[in-house]
Design a protein around this ligand. Structure first.
Ligand code: NAI
Length: 467
């Protein structure tokens, strides 16, 4: 039994857990973070956001060199792919960033306890280190931040060679000839884009009749058209029935209405969502029951049903986004230190890092209609923006939704180059409760992509200047 006692023990070192630990330490709580993996940062830094963005960046360069440089008057010889180097670069990016978190722990005096943590009782966690006997630690408060794992479906069990999950698809050592993607959601489209740009044929099978689930329909279908132009194939309203591996071929038997379709490829990526990861946490011992989706129920202060035990991030309800988990991590640390934590879920941006990128904040038109909220729409196309034209990257559209009577911003939906960066302006505007008129009156430097927001805001009042 360890004699060390903490104010806060965090289980899980992903963006939720490590940020909570740092914030708690900043506020004077004696804090430790339990993480089994050899590097901190969880899914996002190790096998999610960061490595996928590294590959998206590299593959975008490869694509541009082949198809877009010539238009700028740059003639290259034969463009060749050095996949080994590309993957190595991605690994180095991950290494650097995860090492950075270990440094931040040292700087903030957060103890990193390596091992798997499970609850023994309120205030006591047992940790099984990678080798040796388990140890017990005491804490006034415990925070569960164990994240999520890819969903595995019985009709396409991972063999991690032919039928793969997102982690496997970050480390193919050869470009697949034909990558079949089950699920036209965020992961399917991002990783499909990576391998498509590097030369794979990519076929997306999506059960719903559109890609990207709850994303604003017009925005999602604009993206789909762009991905079609890039060579991606889509089977919408099509469900996988069974995946079978024969030698080096994987066969996806699918159903579209009454029609049966068979698709043959060499890799099949299953990207049908992620599930909260609570395995081995000992929740049942403490009497913490999960909700029907397998998540830990919490109150507005992230407290579970057991006093002294809290939970944040993918393991609780809400979108599975690193920045959502981070904000919750900060908020819970502040609550535990006797301050007022706060997460503004209304202003939570969401991004899909395809090219063009998709970024949204607030409600979609479909949601506003459903909720009976009266609204006005302002749209502006990248084609009419000087900077986008100069970049030679002018496919995209911005849409702002504002309340019909108060003009307060309700939603922003953007598909276009650097949408990921542009959405920050509107997320900030949401924080300040801005109106479309506020955005329209703010000076936007010329020529910038951000002017698109100004024009979309003017368009809400039908006085756009450049369209
Ligand atoms: P997702 O929920 O975004 O998409 C899964 C899709 O699979 C859905 O459209 C669903 O209709 C479809 N599907 C389910 N079963 C099917 C079947 N049998 N046949 C055909 N289609 C089927 O899930 P995804 O892409 O796996 O991502 C998981 C989570 O990770 C998401 O919640 C996402 O927010 C998060 N994530 C976020 C990223 C970002 O912010 N850029 C990047 C990657 C992941």
């Amino acid at each position: 039994m360890s004699t060390v006692s903490y104010d806060l023990l965090v289980i899980g070192g992903g963006p939720g857990g490590y940020v909570a630990a740092i914030r708690a330490a900043q506020l004077g709580l004696k804090t430790a973070c339990i993480e089994l993996a050899p590097t901190l940062g969880g899914t996002c830094l190790n096998v999610g956001c960061i490595p996928s963005k590294a590959l998206l960046e590299s593959s975008h360069h490869f694509w541009r060199a082949q198809y877009e440089f010539a238009e700028h008057g740059i003639t290259c010889g034969k463009i060749q792919l050095d996949l080994e180097r590309m993957l190595h670069r991605k690994d180095e990016v991950v290494k650097g960033i995860t090492a950075g978190i270990a440094f931040l722990f040292q700087k903030n005096k957060v103890d990193w306890i390596r091992g798997t943590g499970s609850l023994v009782e309120a205030g006591v966690v047992e940790v099984q280190p990678p080798s040796g006997a388990p140890m017990r630690y005491h804490a006034r408060q415990i925070l569960l931040a164990t994240g999520s794992r890819p969903i595995e479906i019985p009709i396409a069990k991972f063999d991690h060679t032919h039928i793969v999950n997102s982690t496997d698809a970050l480390q193919f050592t050869q470009v697949p000839k034909h990558l079949i993607v089950i699920g036209g959601g965020v992961i399917g489209l991002e990783l499909g884009s990576v391998w498509g740009r590097l030369g794979a044929k990519v076929t997306v099978v999506e059960a719903l009749d559109g890609i990207l689930g709850v994303t604003d329909t017009q925005t999602a279908s604009f993206l789909q058209k762009q991905l079609l132009k890039q060579g991606m194939t889509f089977h919408l309203a099509t469900k996988l029935e069974q995946a079978t591996v024969k030698g080096n071929t994987v066969i996806a038997r699918c159903k579209k209405g009454t029609e049966s379709i068979e698709i043959e490829g060499d890799k099949l990526l299953v990207a049908v969502g992620r599930r909260a990861y609570t395995h081995g946490l000992g929740l049942d011992k403490l009497g913490i029951a999960l909700d029907p989706a397998g998540r830990i129920p919490v109150d507005a202060h992230f407290a579970t049903a057991v006093p002294g035990v809290f939970a944040i991030g993918d393991v609780i309800a809400g979108p599975m986004l690193a920045h959502k988990a981070e904000e919750e991590g900060v908020a819970v640390a502040e609550f535990l230190a006797g301050k007022n934590g706060h997460v503004n879920y209304e202003a939570l941006p969401s991004i899909i890092y395809t090219w063009p990128e998709v970024a949204t904040v607030g409600k979609s038109e479909e949601q506003l209609k459903k909720e009976g909220i009266p609204y006005r729409v302002g749209k502006f196309y990248f084609k009419a923006n000087g900077r986008a034209k100069a970049m030679g990257d002018a496919e995209g559209v911005a849409k702002l939704l504002a309340h019909r009577d108060t003009d307060r911003l309700l939603g922003a939906h953007l598909v276009g180059p650097w949408a990921s960066e542009m959405i920050a302006e509107i997320a900030m505007a949401f924080e300040f409760g801005a109106s479309a008129e506020d955005v329209a009156r703010a000076v936007h430097a010329h020529p910038t992509l951000a002017e698109i927001w100004k024009e979309a805001a003017l368009a809400v009042d039908q006085r756009s200047l450049h369209s």
